[in-house]
Design a protein around this ligand. Structure first.
Ligand code: BDP
Length: 677
């Protein structure tokens, strides 16, 4: 008996040892051995970037001879490249060496996803010049809205001790074309610019450089006063200007290719130029002037709102449109995809397209602050695409946000796109095996916003797990529907910001934080009453619709033509309002919540059938997370329907699952997750 047990234990241990998987390899799971021999790699020169390209080939490429060529004539491809099959070799050509490395990752991806590498004739040019991750990492190692453990950056150990994960991070980013990183939180500590920290930053910049990644920093507007003991931080004060000028010189001495600054000013309590009666343009330009000689840029955030009576959704537009044309040409305005705050679904931010003389860039959130954090499986590519493909009508039909920001419609300007990173020091980097796909998707779309979500999911699944269709197809279906599912069980039909305060994880539609600012309370956003529900942003309400170009102002402003998935974003709608499918609004809301719950249950059924195709560790991790997601979806549904029912006074349709919680119990839940607002 004893022996038999031993035998069983051994039997189970062997496959575990061979196949144990923890997600640390991300999508970079190229065959570990048997790359081509050195004589089958033709290239000239000996730079760090070229050496990485050669090393990737000799470690992982199993196909024909590869030739790497830099060609001046390809400069117009920017960081792009061509890949051509010529006789019996593959020639990768690029204007810059980094393009060659990107080309190498391209053929490795083809190999990994089992695409034929015969007769290649590929030309790639990135959609955006700056493809940047924003880390909200604090100097104490914590991460604001981080759900994958502590910060990767070990500030205490730097500059002397260097974690191997710095290079692994750079490699993962380069493999999808990400070429920039803002290392620290937008709620920035002035200390980031202290000399000792800059020396640490330099080490990271040196590690990232061969992978084509430039370092940027978030800066605190009060830095001169705090660090330099200037009288104030007024952008028109000569001492302040000199402080920034000297600081720029100091930075570029250490990091000659430093990217520039990201600034959150006069927002949520952060200091800014308005503290001195100056404008955002005054503040941004002061910084732009000191960075200009070195080629640096300023990414100035439009996420500003003040405790005024004005609808929060209107404030960024009101603040920035009057400043159009007043910014230096190395300033770019960084705008969150929606006008509120990274909700499961928002109308797009009306500021896109409205600045005609000032470059604009999108800020997405890859970390799932409002989408179940690292517990829920939500593939964000459909959300990113929805924004990029939204037509602003700024220059007539077809003025999508992609074309406004990628230089097509506003040529000659800096182009950029950013995503708030979901990366931490967890072994799997992102806290959920599937959250890796959102890092991947951001990078792929930053490189080419015309890729479809389906293509991206397909690639990612094959690279990360397996290319067996029995796995790829059902899992792809989960991924592609998952964003709509989370909208359904959290905030369907245009509802938004009914999260519990601080942590933004669970539901709290009853939240009414008296004494605080109204626009931090859920009741401000849903406006439920005996008559109906939704935020009136039409002419009879806040008139936020007027910020959209025609015909969108009319389309959104009219309850009959407003897309139903944004109905409660723009309208206060009677409970008995007839929806397009003939149901009343109340019933429709109930069915949406219910369908969200059902979908997650379906994901569980599908996932459980995937066990034979992948490793046990990742299989069971995802299985456990889906259980949490299923429970949370019921929590959301019960909380929202039971609470809104106190206004609608209508029954929950009898053919859907009954609530399993008491509203009073749900109201008592207080998660202690320790965040502000
Ligand atoms: C909100 C977050 C907050 C951030 C802020 C921002 O809750 O932690 O500081 O956005 O983007 O989504 O500045």
């Amino acid at each position: 008996m004893h022996n038999f047990r031993m035998y069983l234990v051994l039997l189970f241990m062997i496959p575990l040892a061979v196949f144990a998987e923890d997600g640390s390899q991300l999508w970079l799971r190229f065959p570990a051995k048997n790359g081509i021999s050195a004589d089958k790699i033709i290239s000239r020169g000996n730079s760090p970037t070229l050496n990485i390209a050669r090393k990737e080939l000799s470690s992982h490429w199993q196909g024909q001879t590869v030739e790497l060529r830099t060609e001046k004539s390809l400069k117009n491809l920017k960081d792009g490249y061509t890949i051509k099959s010529v006789q019996n070799k593959i020639v990768i050509s690029a204007g810059k060496e980094i393009g060659l490395l990107y080309g190498v990752y391209h053929i490795l991806r083809l190999q990994q996803t089992n695409v034929s590498t015969a007769n290649l004739n590929i030309t790639e040019k990135p959609s955006f010049d700056v493809r940047v991750l924003n880390h909200w990492d604090n100097l104490d190692g914590s991460i604001e809205r981080g759900y994958a453990g502590h910060s990767l950056w070990k500030w205490e150990d730097l500059p002397n001790t260097v974690s191997p994960r710095y290079e692994a991070y750079a490699r993962a980013n380069a493999s999808v074309g990400i070429n920039a990183t803002v290392l620290n939180n937008v709620n920035a500590s002035p200390n980031m610019l202290r000399e000792d920290y800059l020396k640490k930053v330099k080490i990271l910049a040196d590690i990232f450089r061969p992978y084509g990644i430039k370092v940027y920093l978030s800066v605190n507007f009060s830095s001169p006063k705090v660090l330099g003991k200037t009288e104030n931080s007024d952008p028109l004060n000569k001492d302040v200007q000199k402080w920034w000028k000297d600081k720029a010189a100091e930075i570029y001495k250490l990091i000659p290719d430093f990217g520039g600054f990201l600034v959150k000013a006069n927002s949520e309590g952060q200091p800014g130029p308005q503290d001195y009666g100056r404008t955002h343009a005054d503040g941004a330009n002061m910084m732009a002037d000191v960075l200009k000689p070195y080629g640096g840029i300023v990414m100035w955030r439009a996420f500003v709102y003040s405790p005024s009576k004005e609808d929060r959704a209107k404030q960024a537009y009101l603040e920035f449109v009057p400043l159009d044309g007043k910014f230096r040409d190395n300033v770019i305005i960084q705008i969150k995809n929606g006008p509120i705050d990274f909700q499961p679904r928002e109308a797009f931010n009306p500021l896109f397209g409205a600045l005609r003389k000032t470059p604009e860039m999108v800020e997405f959130q890859i970390t799932q602050e409002y989408l179940g954090q690292s517990n829920h499986l939500v593939f964000l590519s459909p959300l990113f695409k929805e924004t990029l493909e939204s037509d602003t009508y700024a220059d007539g039909k077809g003025s999508t946000i992609a074309k406004i920001t990628d230089g097509t419609l506003r040529p000659g300007k800096i182009t950029a796109i950013s995503g708030v990173a979901n990366i931490g020091e967890d072994t799997d980097w992102t806290g959920h095996q599937f959250a890796q796909s959102n890092w991947y998707a951001f990078g792929r779309l930053a490189w080419n916003h015309e890729l479809t979500s389906e293509q991206i999911a397909d690639e990612w699944i094959k690279m990360t797990f397996t290319d067996r269709p029995e796995f790829v197809n059902p899992v792809k279906q989960i991924m592609l529907t998952s964003r709509e599912t989370v909208v359904d069980y959290m905030m369907p039909l245009g509802l938004h910001h009914i999260f519990a305060g601080n942590h933004h994880y669970g539901p709290e539609p009853w939240g009414d934080y008296k004494g605080g600012r109204p626009d931090w309370s859920p009741v401000y956003y849903h406006q439920a009453d005996a008559r109906g529900i939704g935020f009136d942003r039409t002419r009879t309400g806040s008139n936020a619709v007027s910020q959209y170009f025609p015909p969108l102002n009319e389309i959104y402003g009219n309850i009959e033509t407003c897309p139903e998935d944004l109905l409660l974003w723009f309208h206060h709608v009677p409970w008995d309002y007839k929806m397009k499918d003939g149901k009343t609004l109340w019933d429709e809301l109930c069915y949406k919540y219910d369908s969200g719950v059902h979908q997650v249950r379906e994901y569980q059924k599908t996932w459980d059938q995937m066990q034979p195709y992948i490793d046990e560790q990742r299989f069971s991790e995802v299985q456990s997370k889906l259980k949490i997601q299923a429970k949370d979806s019921v929590w959301w549904k019960d909380a929202c329907l039971l609470y809104f029912q106190t206004f609608s006074k209508r029954p929950i349709p009898y053919d859907i699952e009954r609530p399993v919680n008491e509203l009073e119990d749900l109201k008592k839940i207080k998660l202690n997750m320790g965040h502000h607002n």
